[in-house]
Design a protein around this ligand. Structure first.
Ligand SMILES: C[S@@+](CC[C@H](N)C(=O)[O-])C[C@H]1O[C@@H](n2cnc3c(N)ncnc32)[C@H](O)[C@@H]1O
Length: 211
């Protein structure tokens, strides 16, 4: 990426990129849903990787209000209005450089509402690839997983970021404030409808195999 891009962190490069470098060119998703976009690092990666060869539709759901983890710790100072502006700047830059048509659909709002709206618009089974990287609170992750799975087509892939992420809390680890317990519950109740992909465990990858 050129220096005109405005990214203030390397979350995507550290967690997703090594696996996506192998998975995305193989899967070649055309209809993509991302829950949690922040400054657009994962969205720009998808545009750079896919749009030289094919048209893509990319739905980006974000409240641009930050999560609980943005209210404390190293990300505490994040000015979410500036983050949202950087998302638009970065994705427009990526689209300008794309060879094929990128239909970018930002949906600003909380994911429970936005995902329900997508279902209401008839997008059940519509998406080839869904990236769950919004709230990291277990109840929210479970909601994103359940609604996202309805929006995912059979054969599509869903990726959960930060499966093993934990906050550094004074009282120790709190499983309710991290994604793992929600991903585990979702995978367990849907185990007949999905395959777990063998990848390093910091992220969690599944393929839908049945409705
Ligand atoms: C970790 S960041 C996403 C990072 C991004 N995928 C990347 O690769 O750089 C999480 C984002 O999720 C958003 N978010 C948190 N809770 C949300 C919710 N309940 N609904 C929608 N967006 C939410 C935050 O505003 C934040 O921008």
């Amino acid at each position: 990426m050129t220096e005109d891009y405005q990214f203030t962190n390397s979350w995507f490069d550290l967690t997703a990129k090594p696996i996506w470098d192998q998975l995305i060119p193989k899967v070649r998703p055309k209809r993509i849903l991302e829950i949690g976009s922040y400054e657009g690092a994962s969205a720009c990666y998808l545009i750079h990787t896919l749009a030289p060869q094919q048209d893509i539709e990319l739905y980006c759901v974000d409240s641009w209000a930050g999560g609980v983890e943005h209210q404390a710790g190293e990300a505490a100072a994040a000015d979410m209005e500036a983050v949202e502006q950087r998302f638009h700047h970065n994705t427009q830059l990526a689209i300008q450089n794309a060879h094929y048509t990128v239909t970018l659909v930002p949906r600003k709002g909380f994911s429970d509402v936005c995902l329900n709206q997508l279902l209401h618009e008839g997008k059940r089974g519509y998406f080839d690839f869904i990236y769950v990287d919004g709230s990291h609170q277990a109840p929210d992750v479970l909601c994103d997983a359940v609604l996202g799975f309805k929006l995912l087509k059979v054969g599509g892939y869903m990726v959960f970021d930060d499966y093993l992420w934990n906050e550094n809390l004074p009282y120790g680890k709190d499983p309710i404030r991290s994604p793992k317990i929600a991903v585990d519950a979702f995978v367990n109740v849907n185990i007949r409808k999905l395959n777990i992909l063998q990848t390093p465990l910091y992220q969690f990858y599944i393929q839908k195999i049945a409705e």
